[in-house]
Design a protein around this ligand. Structure first.
Ligand code: NAD
Length: 496
């Protein structure tokens, strides 16, 4: 979408914010009447006051969702009909692309050009899930001829979706799409830092034909609304994306309530291995910098540990520093800006603290490291690169979730694999080599859900995404992404 800075600023000024919960087909205030401030991280200004939902609101949403499910207004609708409604929903999101992108940018600080892309990906994800549902067949088991054993899929029931703040719209749609298309009722809780787009699309879904009670949005804090969802006995499955720490809480909530099914898409500390025989070091540097600094580094699968062969480390670091200059933070509303604001003050302080820890623990700061654009009142950090990092250092072990890249080095392939796998995460990994044998060998040895060879973070809605180890449980996207939302039933019919 071609748009000028002036246009974006004018449209942003005239934007209206939907800020209530969406329960049983209507926007409503929280039961307590409480709200929380929704702040633009690029300016520090309050955009609007959002309903702060809690247990009572979750109870109401579960009641509405369960009622709709039991009545069969959606769960018993023909797959083709669900497909058509979800396609209409996707069309409506596409029609509101600029409005949604503006909301996302104002709410969480990402550049408007990235927000526009996020809307495109959200639409693509919804359409893919909508299209698939009337093309899946159930099965008949190869039993004794006197038996007919049907293996059928059924919606699991009421699904609770809990999302983080870094890709609010895209991640909401990546959960809503497969959960709704399989016939479930959904209650979604967006992160308190960036709830606006999720609230907005609830009405678009209703207007597209999603019946009352089938899609509910509960804005609020994790410790209140999020916990109430995790512990609710009326929720059959939770689909969570967020930190590993909170992911573990959802496993506990499940154990302490109704053993609801839990899928977790959690954190990462992804390795990016560069071998001496890679074809084009400029390309490696360009994509590695982009991977680390895209979305202000607030990306679960960001390649934040760059593992480079000793002999080419210094050459690669020089190139990385050059490419990092393209990521100087700017006004997120400017279509030319490639790096925007960190999501809030808390996250800004966290990132700055990690940078200080990197220095204290003896890593070499080669570029960046500072907060910038302070005069705006916003939360901006320079693209930051540390070299001579060891894998035991805090900045190599913990997820920073900011624009901070650590460069480590290795002697040979075996050491590269050892360092790459020496982490409790396992979300993604990248690998650069011109040797197909090494590519296969190393890709197989890496303990990660997605391995990209000669590229960074590749994949789309047709391929599964998710983590090994403490990066999560389950997969999103592709056919695999539907499994979380379905029960499998065997019906054994004895024939006479
Ligand atoms: P977070 O874990 O703090 O919050 C995620 C969600 O959980 C939010 O909606 C929050 O309100 C809720 N929550 C927080 N505390 C809770 C509690 N005590 N009980 C119930 N719910 C609670 O994560 P974040 O800071 O919003 O997002 C950043 C994290 O998300 C990073 O770790 C990142 O790697 C991860 N992430 C993972 C993926 C993936 O696909 N694997 C994608 C994006 C982000």
């Amino acid at each position: 979408m071609e748009i000028t800075y002036a246009d974006v600023k004018t449209k942003a000024k005239n934007l209206r914010f939907k800020n209530q919960a969406f329960i049983n087909g209507h926007y409503v205030a929280s039961a307590s009447g409480n709200t929380f401030d929704c702040i633009n991280p690029a300016t520090g200004q309050v955009l609007t006051h959002v309903a702060a939902c809690d247990r009572e609101d979750v109870d109401k949403a579960v009641l509405a969702a369960r009622h709709a499910f039991d009545k069969g207004v959606w769960s018993q609708t023909a797959p083709e009909k669900r497909k058509q409604i979800l396609l209409a929903f996707a069309d409506s999101i596409e029609k509101h692309q600029l409005e949604l992108a503006l909301l996302e940018t104002l709410d969480m600080g990402k550049p408007i050009s990235d927000s526009l892309n996020d809307v495109t990906y959200a639409v693509k994800s919804l359409r893919w899930n909508a299209e698939i549902i009337d093309k899946i067949y159930d099965q008949i088991a190869p039993t004794d001829p006197n038996v007919l054993a049907l293996i059928t899929r059924e919606p699991i029931g009421v699904v609770g979706a809990v999302t983080p703040w870094n890709f609010p719209l895209y991640l909401a749609c990546a959960k809503i799409g497969p959960a709704l298309v399989t016939g479930n009722s959904v209650i979604i809780k967006p992160a308190e830092q960036s709830p606006l787009t999720t609230i907005f699309i609830a009405e678009l879904a209703a207007n597209a034909g999603v019946p009352e009670g089938v899609l509910n949005v509960i804005p609020g804090f994790g410790e209140t609304a999020g916990q109430a969802m995790g512990l609710h006995a009326g929720i059959d499955a939770i689909s969570f994306t967020g930190s590993t720490e909170v992911g573990k809480l959802f496993l506990k909530y499940s154990a302490d309530s109704n053993m609801k099914r839990v899928s977790l898409e959690c954190g990462g500390k992804s390795p990016n291995i560069v071998l001496t025989d890679c074809e084009n070091l400029d390309q490696v540097a360009k994509q590695s910098a982009a991977g680390a600094f895209f979305n202000q580094g607030e990306v679960c699968c960001a390649p934040t540990r760059l593992l480079v062969a000793d002999s080419i480390r210094d050459e690669l670091v020089t190139k990385l520093v050059n490419f990092s200059k393209e990521f100087q933070p700017g006004d997120p509303l400017d279509p030319k800006t490639v790096m925007g604001a960190i999501v809030d003050q808390t996250q800004l302080q966290r990132v700055l603290k990690y940078i200080q820890t990197g220095k204290t623990e003896g890593a070499t700061l080669v570029t960046g490291g500072n907060q910038v654009r302070q005069d705006t009142g916003g939360c901006f950090v320079e693209p930051t690169i540390f070299s001579k990092v060891h894998n035991a250092m805090t900045i190599a072990r913990e997820e920073i979730f900011g624009p901070v890249l650590s460069v480590l080095s290795f002697k040979d392939e075996a050491e590269a694999i050892k360092i790459a796998n020496d982490t409790h995460y396992g979300l993604a990994a990248s690998l650069w080599t011109n040797d197909i044998n090494k590519a296969h060998r190393i890709a197989k040895a890496l303990r990660a859900g997605v391995v990209s060879v000669n590229c960074i973070n590749s994949g789309d809605v047709t391929t599964p995404f998710g983590g090994y180890k403490q990066s999560g449980i389950g997969r999103e996207s592709s056919f695999y992404g539907l499994e979380h939302y379905l029960e499998i039933k065997t019906t054994w019919i004895q024939l006479s």
